[in-house]
Write a protein of this length. Structure first.
Length: 448
């Protein structure tokens, strides 16, 4: 009888090596947070240098998100074919070189192009590292592991804000992009040295040296090595494209619910994260106060991702995420009401960052659990990519509305409604997933 290594990992306690791999995934996600927020924090300086309109700034904010969507949809699925590790390494090179090149641009159009290329790399990194963190965690701590990975976003965004304060005044906004590019290339060296391949990929695809690499990983996790790769029983492969596999049977409904949940949450999330500093400045805050509020929202994200992960170890992740979505909507409405009072706005901004980043972390925790190993990177990548469409539209739509005279307070209220709509999708998705799990369990008990 073949030994089921993945079942052992699911049931055993987490080893130090598994947490170490998740830590690397957290560091990889720092790049995502830095890359998104560096444009938001440098937007006032870039706008002042080139006299850009709100719509033009919106395009710059959306360019990177557009690239992330392309990376999630076009590059991330390749991880199911060439491996999570190799795909991440390729994307680190793309992101590092293009981000560094942003320091040399002389026009906003060229900056937008480079922001798109950087986004392609970051999109591939995000989807693949999300899957990798999920695959290295056991069943009990999987939601926490993926949520902790999402804390990297808050860390990266916070570093982006701090670097903006430190570097822009003395070296200009270009130095912030250069610092990000160098950091990304350093992360490439770390990943090349320390990042392992996914066991799920090695066992499912059996690439060259799969047994050797599998045993090396098992030894580091404190598990017994294999004499030969197990031959798991598989259902007969149905004909059709890889995309079609995401829509077979019950999977299709779950995929659509996940896609639109990502769209709504990302639509609201990237408005808050991208436009808050500039909107607060337009509402009367100083530049430093506006950026400080943006940093506090990012700092809150570090705590929010961890909190929802811990909560998910106690209650169902779908219920935890629904709670966070509802509280986020309430907090957005509250933020609008207190925005005129700086000290209160800073406190509410910290709470908003905690909640809204927890929402994204919850989605990342859910997505890998819906798909099998052979299509997991594709499924997660497409879901994130579809969500990035909402992220692309969000800053641009906000910029157009602001140019047309819509009050910032009114605009925030509109975006709060988006999170309320997402609650219904998450509850429906959770019901569908649990119903399928119960039917599988009943099927196994009947056959036994």
């Amino acid at each position: 009888m073949d030994r089921n290594v993945l079942h052992e990992i699911n049931q055993n306690k987490m080893s130090r090596y598994q947490w170490f791999v998740i830590l690397i995934c957290i560091l990889l996600n720092v790049i995502d947070g830095f890359d998104v927020m560096v444009m938001a924090f440098t937007a006032p300086s870039v706008s002042a240098e080139w006299a850009l309109s709100g719509a033009q700034i919106g395009i710059l904010l959306s360019a990177g998100l557009f690239g992330m969507a392309a990376g999630s949809i076009l590059l991330a699925p390749q991880a199911d074919k060439i491996g999570r590790r190799l795909l991440i390494l390729i994307c680190l090179v793309i992101a590092g070189l293009s981000m560094s090149a942003c320091a040399l641009v002389q026009s906003h159009s060229m900056l937008a192009i480079l922001r798109f290329i950087t986004g392609v790399g970051v999109g591939g990194i995000l989807a693949s590292s999300n899957v990798l963190a999920s695959e290295y965690a056991n069943l009990r701590w999987r939601s926490l592991a993926v949520s902790l990975m999402s804390t990297g976003y808050g860390i990266g965004a916070t570093l982006g804000g701090i670097l903006t304060f430190v570097l822009i005044e003395h070296l200009g906004w270009r130095s912030v992009f250069l610092a990000g590019g160098i950091t990304t290339l350093v992360m490439f060296a770390i990943a090349l040295w320390l990042l392992p391949e996914s066991l799920d990929y090695l066992l499912a695809k059996k690439p060259a040296r799969a047994l050797e690499n599998t045993n090396t990983i098992l030894q580091r996790m404190g598990l017994k090595v294999l004499n030969a790769l197990p031959q798991y029983e598989r259902e007969e492969q149905q004909k059709g494209s890889d995309v079609a596999k995401l829509f077979r049977g019950h999977q299709g409904f779950q995929t659509l619910c996940l896609w639109f949940a990502f769209f709504l949450v990302m639509f609201g999330f990237y408005f808050v994260m991208s436009w808050t500093p500039k909107i607060l400045i337009a509402m009367g805050m100083s530049r430093d106060q506006g950026v400080s509020t943006g940093i506090l929202i990012s700092v809150g994200g570090i705590f929010g991702a961890a909190i929802i992960g811990l909560l998910a170890s106690r209650i169902k992740i779908f219920h935890a995420l629904s709670l966070f979505l509802g509280l986020t909507a309430l907090c957005i409405f509250l933020f609008v009401a207190v925005s005129a009072q700086v000290s209160i706005a800073l406190a509410v901004g910290l709470l908003l960052g905690t909640l809204i980043n927890g929402c994204v972390a919850g989605l990342y925790s859910i997505s890998p659990t819906i798909y099998d190993a052979e299509i997991r990177s594709r499924g997660v990548g497409y879901a994130i990519g579809f969500g990035r469409i909402g992220a692309i539209l969000s800053p641009t739509v906000a910029g157009i509305f602001l140019d047309q005279g819509i009050a910032p307070q009114q605009l925030y209220a509109y975006y709060g409604i988006v999170f309320i709509l997402a609650i219904f999708l998450i509850l429906i998705l959770g019901k569908a997933v649990y119903r399928h799990q119960q039917s599988q369990s009943l099927s196994l008990n009947t056959s036994a």
